[in-house]
Design a protein around this ligand. Structure first.
Ligand SMILES: CCCCCC/C=C\CC(=O)SCCNC(=O)CCNC(=O)[C@H](O)C(C)(C)COP(=O)(O)OP(=O)(O)OC[C@H]1O[C@@H](n2cnc3c(N)ncnc32)[C@H](O)[C@@H]1OP(=O)(O)O
Length: 302
């Protein structure tokens, strides 16, 4: 791929995300008898975080209607809230789920990668990388409660989790469908998929941009369990309860041993990956494909 666009990569957003967002984490920590414990709902506008009834577990719910697209704001809030959970040693596990009926996440926000300038593409891609790195290398046990459609970036987010529970509804599908939009899933999307379903299945899924209905997703290993829609979150919580029985230290070291080499692939060339993305996404032909895809989505209603 030609590396033509050279852009300045703004770092302010993700190095100090707190500086950009009004922190609405009221009630995050309450001093009780000199010990700080998390007691109530916190989070931010688009990412709600609620301690579950089981000790040590939180539910992180994405609320970015209509489709939980991964806007820059949502990505930033996700990273902030994850970091808060990581720093609060009372939490060991998190369920990730959606507040948008029938949709886990529609993936990257197409309005962030269409019709903007190179500096914006760079800032946005850095936020996507940051989301992936933080989730993929999280010390917390992460379980995705996939309660709806889960294409592209939404699928990637779920693949960073340690376990995936999906609603058994044939209307929903999950997969990395980038080629259908005329774009190419980056190597770290590919690596995450290969680590989950293996090389041959990934090769086919990525080339064809396959969106798997739940039964097929289970067969190929993209999700770990299917349950009726109203049991997705409770099942995710009971899976976490089983994982909690494993000593954290040993589990965390094992997770890191399994995942660090993949994450290092991106960490070693983050800036190059951003330059690649910016030069690819800025091409006229790619912008035209994305505009046509967005127009088709918008026309669906009309
Ligand atoms: C070298 C690097 C290369 C680049 C690598 C890029 C990597 C990742 C790619 C992505 O993640 S791109 C995003 C891919 N996502 C999709 O293909 C999903 C598209 N959306 C849908 O299929 C459907 O919207 C849905 C999620 C199945 C939901 O269907 P539903 O019928 O409930 O809702 P819609 O009417 O389709 O949509 C409502 C509303 O939302 C807008 N919208 C949908 N998806 C997106 C999105 N990803 N980004 C921004 N906006 C989105 C849709 O246009 C509608 O808008 P309005 O008409 O209400 O204005």
């Amino acid at each position: 791929m030609a590396l033509t666009a050279v852009v300045r990569i703004p770092t302010r957003a993700l190095l100090r995300p707190w500086a950009r967002l009004r922190d609405s984490a009221l009630g995050w920590m309450e001093p009780v008898g000199g010990v700080e414990v998390s007691t109530q709902r916190f989070g931010s506008q688009r990412v709600l975080v609620e301690p579950a009834s089981a000790a040590g577990v939180a539910v992180m719910t994405f609320k970015n209607p209509p489709v939980n697209s991964l806007s820059l704001e949502l990505l930033t809030e996700l990273v902030i809230n994850l970091e808060k959970l990581e720093n609060d040693k009372t939490f060991r596990g998190v369920v990730l789920t959606s507040d948008c009926p029938g949709i886990f996440s529609a993936g990257l926000d197409l309005t962030e990668i269409c019709g903007r300038n190179p500096a914006h593409y760079a800032e946005y891609w850095k936020a996507v990388q940051e989301m992936w790195l933080r989730l993929y290398l999280s010390n917390l046990m992460l379980v995705a409660a996939i309660n709806g459609a889960c294409p592209a970036g939404g699928c990637l987010m779920s693949l960073t989790c340690d376990y995936r529970v999906m609603a058994d509804n044939p209307k929903y599908a999950i997969g990395l469908n980038e080629t259908l939009l005329g774009i190419v899933a980056p190597f770290w999307f590919k690596d995450t998929l290969v680590n989950t379903i293996g090389h041959r299945a990934s090769e086919r899924a990525l080339q064809l941009g396959l969106l798997f209905p739940p039964t097929e997703a289970l067969q190929v290993g993209m999700v770990d369990r299917l349950v009726p829609e109203d049991q997705v979150q409770s099942t995710a919580l009971s899976v976490l309860a089983q994982w909690m029985a494993i000593p954290d230290h040993a589990r965390q070291l094992t997770k890191n041993m399994m995942r660090k080499p993949t994450a290092d692939g991106l960490l070693k060339k983050r800036d190059e990956d951003i330059q690649n993305f910016v030069s690819f996404i800025s091409r006229d032909s790619i912008q035209k494909s994305l505009q046509m895809y967005l127009a088709k989505l918008r026309q669906k209603k009309g």
